[in-house]
Ligand binder design. Sequence first.
Ligand code: PCA
Length: 324
Amino acid sequence: MKKLTHLLAATALTATAAAPAMAEKWDMPMAYSASNFHSATGAEFAKCVTTGTGGEIEIVTHPSGSLFKGADIKRAIQTGQAPIGERLLSGHQNENALFGFDSIPFLATSFDDSAKLWEAAKPSIEKLLAEQNLTLLYAVPWPPQGLYFKDEVNSVADMKGIKFRSYNNATSRLAELTGMLPVTIEAAEISQAFATGVADSMVSSGSTGYDRKVWESLNYFYEVDAWLPRNYVMVNSDIWAGVSDANKNVINACAELAEYAGNWRAKEYTGFTLQGLRDGGMNVGPASEQMTNELKEIGVTMTNEWLDAAGDEGKAIVDAFNSQ
Ligand code: PCA
Protein backbone atom coordinates (compact mmCIF):
# COMPACT_ATOMS: atom_id res chain seq x y z
CA MET A 1 0.00 0.00 0.00
CA LYS A 2 2.91 2.35 0.69
CA LYS A 3 4.22 1.99 -2.84
CA LEU A 4 0.73 2.60 -4.13
CA THR A 5 0.26 5.78 -2.12
CA HIS A 6 3.59 7.13 -3.38
CA LEU A 7 2.73 6.28 -6.95
CA LEU A 8 -0.62 7.94 -6.59
CA ALA A 9 0.87 11.08 -5.05
CA ALA A 10 3.59 11.27 -7.70
CA THR A 11 1.28 10.80 -10.65
CA ALA A 12 -1.29 13.20 -9.25
CA LEU A 13 1.38 15.87 -8.91
CA THR A 14 2.68 15.28 -12.42
CA ALA A 15 -0.79 15.49 -13.83
CA THR A 16 -1.79 18.65 -12.02
CA ALA A 17 1.54 20.35 -12.73
CA ALA A 18 1.24 19.74 -16.48
CA ALA A 19 -0.37 22.34 -18.71
CA PRO A 20 -4.10 21.64 -18.71
CA ALA A 21 -4.93 19.35 -21.61
CA MET A 22 -8.39 18.86 -23.08
CA ALA A 23 -10.63 17.61 -20.29
CA GLU A 24 -12.49 14.41 -21.12
CA LYS A 25 -15.65 13.16 -19.46
CA TRP A 26 -15.96 9.39 -19.15
CA ASP A 27 -19.44 8.09 -18.40
CA MET A 28 -19.21 4.85 -16.41
CA PRO A 29 -22.31 2.61 -16.54
CA MET A 30 -22.79 0.28 -13.55
CA ALA A 31 -25.62 -2.23 -13.08
CA TYR A 32 -26.21 -2.24 -9.33
CA SER A 33 -27.93 0.22 -6.98
CA ALA A 34 -26.07 3.35 -5.87
CA SER A 35 -26.07 2.12 -2.25
CA ASN A 36 -24.35 -1.17 -3.15
CA PHE A 37 -20.71 -1.51 -2.11
CA HIS A 38 -19.55 -2.11 -5.71
CA SER A 39 -21.19 1.14 -6.76
CA ALA A 40 -19.68 2.95 -3.75
CA THR A 41 -16.26 1.56 -4.68
CA GLY A 42 -16.77 2.69 -8.29
CA ALA A 43 -17.74 6.18 -7.15
CA GLU A 44 -14.54 6.43 -5.07
CA PHE A 45 -12.53 5.13 -8.02
CA ALA A 46 -14.11 7.79 -10.26
CA LYS A 47 -13.26 10.52 -7.76
CA CYS A 48 -9.69 9.22 -7.46
CA VAL A 49 -9.20 9.38 -11.24
CA THR A 50 -10.80 12.79 -11.58
CA THR A 51 -8.63 14.22 -8.81
CA GLY A 52 -5.50 12.32 -9.79
CA THR A 53 -5.58 13.40 -13.41
CA GLY A 54 -6.18 17.01 -12.36
CA GLY A 55 -9.56 16.85 -14.11
CA GLU A 56 -8.07 15.77 -17.45
CA ILE A 57 -10.23 12.67 -17.18
CA GLU A 58 -13.45 13.10 -15.24
CA ILE A 59 -15.27 9.82 -14.57
CA VAL A 60 -19.00 10.04 -13.86
CA THR A 61 -20.66 6.85 -12.58
CA HIS A 62 -24.23 5.86 -13.53
CA PRO A 63 -25.40 3.12 -11.11
CA SER A 64 -28.63 1.05 -11.15
CA GLY A 65 -28.37 0.29 -14.86
CA SER A 66 -29.50 3.87 -15.54
CA LEU A 67 -27.23 4.43 -18.56
CA PHE A 68 -27.02 0.83 -19.83
CA LYS A 69 -28.58 -2.25 -18.27
CA GLY A 70 -26.16 -4.87 -16.92
CA ALA A 71 -26.57 -7.15 -19.92
CA ASP A 72 -25.73 -4.30 -22.35
CA ILE A 73 -22.74 -2.76 -20.57
CA LYS A 74 -19.93 -4.83 -22.10
CA ARG A 75 -21.15 -4.29 -25.66
CA ALA A 76 -21.52 -0.56 -25.01
CA ILE A 77 -17.88 -0.36 -23.97
CA GLN A 78 -16.57 -2.63 -26.73
CA THR A 79 -18.25 -0.40 -29.31
CA GLY A 80 -17.14 2.82 -27.62
CA GLN A 81 -20.66 3.99 -26.70
CA ALA A 82 -19.25 4.28 -23.20
CA PRO A 83 -15.48 4.34 -22.48
CA ILE A 84 -15.57 2.51 -19.16
CA GLY A 85 -18.00 0.48 -17.05
CA GLU A 86 -18.65 -2.33 -14.59
CA ARG A 87 -20.28 -5.71 -15.17
CA LEU A 88 -20.71 -9.11 -13.55
CA LEU A 89 -17.93 -11.21 -15.10
CA SER A 90 -19.91 -14.47 -15.16
CA GLY A 91 -22.64 -12.67 -17.09
CA HIS A 92 -20.48 -13.46 -20.17
CA GLN A 93 -20.55 -17.20 -19.54
CA ASN A 94 -22.87 -17.64 -22.51
CA GLU A 95 -20.08 -16.33 -24.79
CA ASN A 96 -17.31 -18.43 -23.33
CA ALA A 97 -17.51 -20.92 -20.46
CA LEU A 98 -14.22 -19.58 -19.03
CA PHE A 99 -16.05 -16.45 -17.87
CA GLY A 100 -17.99 -18.70 -15.48
CA PHE A 101 -14.95 -19.87 -13.49
CA ASP A 102 -16.22 -18.00 -10.42
CA SER A 103 -19.75 -19.50 -10.44
CA ILE A 104 -18.82 -23.16 -10.02
CA PRO A 105 -20.75 -24.34 -6.95
CA PHE A 106 -18.58 -25.10 -3.92
CA LEU A 107 -15.21 -24.68 -5.65
CA ALA A 108 -14.21 -21.45 -3.88
CA THR A 109 -16.55 -20.60 -1.01
CA SER A 110 -14.59 -18.09 1.11
CA PHE A 111 -13.04 -14.69 0.36
CA ASP A 112 -9.54 -16.19 0.63
CA ASP A 113 -10.30 -19.00 -1.80
CA SER A 114 -12.08 -16.63 -4.14
CA ALA A 115 -8.92 -14.47 -4.24
CA LYS A 116 -6.81 -17.54 -5.05
CA LEU A 117 -9.20 -18.64 -7.77
CA TRP A 118 -9.10 -15.16 -9.27
CA GLU A 119 -5.31 -15.22 -9.28
CA ALA A 120 -5.43 -18.53 -11.18
CA ALA A 121 -8.03 -17.31 -13.69
CA LYS A 122 -6.96 -13.69 -14.22
CA PRO A 123 -4.47 -14.21 -17.09
CA SER A 124 -7.06 -16.17 -19.12
CA ILE A 125 -9.77 -13.61 -18.45
CA GLU A 126 -7.50 -10.66 -19.30
CA LYS A 127 -6.62 -12.36 -22.59
CA LEU A 128 -10.27 -13.06 -23.45
CA LEU A 129 -11.21 -9.47 -22.73
CA ALA A 130 -8.23 -8.10 -24.70
CA GLU A 131 -9.43 -10.08 -27.74
CA GLN A 132 -12.69 -8.15 -27.39
CA ASN A 133 -11.09 -4.70 -27.30
CA LEU A 134 -11.40 -4.49 -23.52
CA THR A 135 -8.77 -3.75 -20.87
CA LEU A 136 -9.36 -5.03 -17.34
CA LEU A 137 -8.85 -2.42 -14.62
CA TYR A 138 -10.01 -4.07 -11.40
CA ALA A 139 -12.31 -6.79 -10.05
CA VAL A 140 -14.12 -7.20 -6.72
CA PRO A 141 -16.08 -10.24 -5.45
CA TRP A 142 -19.64 -10.33 -4.18
CA PRO A 143 -20.21 -11.90 -0.75
CA PRO A 144 -20.93 -15.68 -0.68
CA GLN A 145 -24.07 -16.78 -2.50
CA GLY A 146 -27.01 -18.21 -0.58
CA LEU A 147 -30.56 -19.22 -1.45
CA TYR A 148 -33.60 -17.02 -0.97
CA PHE A 149 -37.14 -18.42 -0.78
CA LYS A 150 -40.59 -17.22 0.08
CA ASP A 151 -41.43 -20.41 2.00
CA GLU A 152 -39.34 -22.75 4.11
CA VAL A 153 -37.31 -25.26 2.08
CA ASN A 154 -35.48 -28.24 3.59
CA SER A 155 -34.57 -30.34 0.58
CA VAL A 156 -34.18 -30.11 -3.16
CA ALA A 157 -37.56 -31.84 -3.52
CA ASP A 158 -39.15 -28.83 -1.74
CA MET A 159 -37.83 -26.58 -4.54
CA LYS A 160 -39.71 -28.28 -7.33
CA GLY A 161 -41.70 -25.91 -9.53
CA ILE A 162 -40.64 -22.70 -7.74
CA LYS A 163 -40.04 -19.68 -10.00
CA PHE A 164 -36.37 -18.80 -9.62
CA ARG A 165 -34.66 -15.54 -10.56
CA SER A 166 -31.32 -16.23 -12.28
CA TYR A 167 -28.45 -13.84 -13.16
CA ASN A 168 -26.15 -15.97 -15.36
CA ASN A 169 -25.94 -19.41 -17.02
CA ALA A 170 -24.78 -21.15 -13.85
CA THR A 171 -27.75 -19.87 -11.84
CA SER A 172 -30.19 -20.95 -14.58
CA ARG A 173 -28.56 -24.37 -14.62
CA LEU A 174 -28.81 -24.61 -10.83
CA ALA A 175 -32.54 -23.95 -11.16
CA GLU A 176 -32.93 -26.67 -13.79
CA LEU A 177 -31.05 -29.22 -11.72
CA THR A 178 -33.17 -28.47 -8.64
CA GLY A 179 -36.44 -28.63 -10.58
CA MET A 180 -37.08 -24.89 -10.37
CA LEU A 181 -38.14 -22.59 -13.22
CA PRO A 182 -35.44 -20.03 -14.07
CA VAL A 183 -36.20 -16.51 -15.26
CA THR A 184 -33.31 -14.09 -15.82
CA ILE A 185 -33.83 -10.71 -14.16
CA GLU A 186 -31.36 -7.87 -13.53
CA ALA A 187 -30.68 -7.10 -9.86
CA ALA A 188 -32.07 -3.59 -10.40
CA GLU A 189 -35.47 -5.15 -11.17
CA ILE A 190 -35.81 -7.92 -8.60
CA SER A 191 -37.85 -6.07 -5.95
CA GLN A 192 -40.64 -5.71 -8.46
CA ALA A 193 -40.23 -9.26 -9.74
CA PHE A 194 -40.66 -10.66 -6.24
CA ALA A 195 -43.50 -8.30 -5.37
CA THR A 196 -45.47 -9.34 -8.45
CA GLY A 197 -44.71 -13.07 -8.17
CA VAL A 198 -42.65 -13.26 -11.37
CA ALA A 199 -40.14 -15.08 -9.14
CA ASP A 200 -40.26 -16.44 -5.57
CA SER A 201 -36.62 -17.39 -5.07
CA MET A 202 -33.05 -16.68 -6.16
CA VAL A 203 -29.42 -17.41 -5.38
CA SER A 204 -27.49 -14.25 -4.49
CA SER A 205 -25.56 -12.56 -1.71
CA GLY A 206 -27.02 -11.07 1.44
CA SER A 207 -25.88 -7.82 -0.09
CA THR A 208 -28.25 -7.89 -3.06
CA GLY A 209 -31.17 -9.02 -0.90
CA TYR A 210 -30.45 -6.15 1.48
CA ASP A 211 -30.01 -3.56 -1.29
CA ARG A 212 -33.33 -4.58 -2.85
CA LYS A 213 -35.21 -5.01 0.49
CA VAL A 214 -36.35 -8.48 -0.51
CA TRP A 215 -37.84 -9.10 2.96
CA GLU A 216 -40.87 -7.27 1.62
CA SER A 217 -41.63 -10.46 -0.39
CA LEU A 218 -39.31 -13.29 0.71
CA ASN A 219 -38.90 -14.89 4.13
CA TYR A 220 -35.93 -17.27 4.10
CA PHE A 221 -32.22 -16.89 3.38
CA TYR A 222 -30.11 -20.06 3.55
CA GLU A 223 -26.38 -19.41 3.94
CA VAL A 224 -25.20 -21.97 1.44
CA ASP A 225 -21.90 -20.21 0.54
CA ALA A 226 -22.06 -21.69 -2.94
CA TRP A 227 -19.56 -19.34 -4.68
CA LEU A 228 -18.43 -15.70 -4.83
CA PRO A 229 -18.96 -14.20 -8.28
CA ARG A 230 -17.00 -11.14 -9.29
CA ASN A 231 -17.72 -7.74 -10.81
CA TYR A 232 -15.02 -6.15 -12.96
CA VAL A 233 -14.32 -2.72 -14.37
CA MET A 234 -13.21 -2.56 -17.98
CA VAL A 235 -12.14 0.21 -20.33
CA ASN A 236 -12.34 0.28 -24.13
CA SER A 237 -8.82 -0.65 -25.34
CA ASP A 238 -8.73 1.96 -28.16
CA ILE A 239 -9.61 4.70 -25.69
CA TRP A 240 -7.09 3.30 -23.21
CA ALA A 241 -4.36 3.42 -25.88
CA GLY A 242 -4.99 7.15 -26.29
CA VAL A 243 -4.52 7.92 -22.58
CA SER A 244 -1.20 9.57 -21.61
CA ASP A 245 1.27 7.47 -19.61
CA ALA A 246 0.89 9.79 -16.63
CA ASN A 247 -2.88 9.39 -16.62
CA LYS A 248 -2.61 5.62 -17.17
CA ASN A 249 -0.46 5.47 -14.04
CA VAL A 250 -3.09 7.39 -12.09
CA ILE A 251 -5.91 5.17 -13.34
CA ASN A 252 -3.97 1.97 -12.59
CA ALA A 253 -3.13 3.19 -9.10
CA CYS A 254 -6.77 4.19 -8.47
CA ALA A 255 -7.85 0.74 -9.75
CA GLU A 256 -5.47 -1.00 -7.37
CA LEU A 257 -6.81 1.07 -4.50
CA ALA A 258 -10.42 0.35 -5.57
CA GLU A 259 -9.76 -3.40 -5.70
CA TYR A 260 -8.25 -3.32 -2.24
CA ALA A 261 -11.05 -1.18 -0.79
CA GLY A 262 -13.76 -3.15 -2.63
CA ASN A 263 -12.52 -6.45 -1.20
CA TRP A 264 -12.50 -4.99 2.26
CA ARG A 265 -16.00 -3.56 1.80
CA ALA A 266 -17.31 -6.90 0.50
CA LYS A 267 -16.14 -8.64 3.68
CA GLU A 268 -17.55 -5.94 5.96
CA TYR A 269 -20.83 -5.89 4.06
CA THR A 270 -21.36 -9.66 4.42
CA GLY A 271 -22.24 -9.69 8.13
CA PHE A 272 -23.87 -6.28 8.01
CA THR A 273 -26.32 -7.24 5.27
CA LEU A 274 -27.19 -10.64 6.79
CA GLN A 275 -28.12 -8.75 9.95
CA GLY A 276 -30.07 -6.32 7.76
CA LEU A 277 -32.08 -9.24 6.35
CA ARG A 278 -32.81 -10.44 9.90
CA ASP A 279 -33.84 -6.94 10.96
CA GLY A 280 -36.16 -6.89 7.96
CA GLY A 281 -37.86 -9.99 9.39
CA MET A 282 -36.22 -12.79 7.40
CA ASN A 283 -35.12 -16.18 8.75
CA VAL A 284 -31.37 -16.29 8.10
CA GLY A 285 -29.34 -19.42 8.78
CA PRO A 286 -27.66 -22.49 7.36
CA ALA A 287 -29.47 -24.96 5.11
CA SER A 288 -30.52 -28.37 6.49
CA GLU A 289 -27.98 -31.15 6.22
CA GLN A 290 -30.06 -32.91 3.60
CA MET A 291 -30.38 -29.79 1.45
CA THR A 292 -26.64 -29.06 1.82
CA ASN A 293 -25.71 -32.59 0.73
CA GLU A 294 -28.11 -32.55 -2.22
CA LEU A 295 -26.77 -29.17 -3.36
CA LYS A 296 -23.19 -30.47 -3.10
CA GLU A 297 -24.12 -33.33 -5.45
CA ILE A 298 -25.54 -30.83 -7.91
CA GLY A 299 -22.29 -28.89 -7.48
CA VAL A 300 -20.31 -31.94 -8.63
CA THR A 301 -22.49 -32.22 -11.75
CA MET A 302 -22.05 -28.51 -12.50
CA THR A 303 -18.29 -28.67 -11.92
CA ASN A 304 -17.99 -31.53 -14.42
CA GLU A 305 -20.19 -29.72 -16.93
CA TRP A 306 -18.07 -26.59 -16.61
CA LEU A 307 -14.81 -28.53 -17.01
CA ASP A 308 -16.20 -30.12 -20.20
CA ALA A 309 -17.25 -26.74 -21.58
CA ALA A 310 -14.12 -24.81 -20.56
CA GLY A 311 -11.62 -27.35 -21.93
CA ASP A 312 -7.89 -27.45 -21.15
CA GLU A 313 -7.69 -23.82 -20.13
CA GLY A 314 -10.52 -24.28 -17.64
CA LYS A 315 -8.91 -27.40 -16.22
CA ALA A 316 -5.62 -25.51 -15.87
CA ILE A 317 -7.38 -22.81 -13.82
CA VAL A 318 -8.97 -25.34 -11.46
CA ASP A 319 -5.69 -27.29 -11.15
CA ALA A 320 -3.73 -24.10 -10.42
CA PHE A 321 -6.30 -23.15 -7.80
CA ASN A 322 -6.27 -26.58 -6.17
CA SER A 323 -2.48 -26.72 -6.02
CA GLN A 324 -2.17 -23.41 -4.12
N1 PCA B 1 -25.59 -10.04 -6.55
C1 PCA B 1 -25.73 -9.97 -7.98
C2 PCA B 1 -24.76 -10.97 -8.53
C3 PCA B 1 -24.25 -11.72 -7.37
C4 PCA B 1 -24.79 -11.03 -6.18
O1 PCA B 1 -24.50 -11.31 -5.03
C5 PCA B 1 -27.11 -10.29 -8.42
O2 PCA B 1 -27.86 -10.91 -7.68
O3 PCA B 1 -27.45 -9.94 -9.54
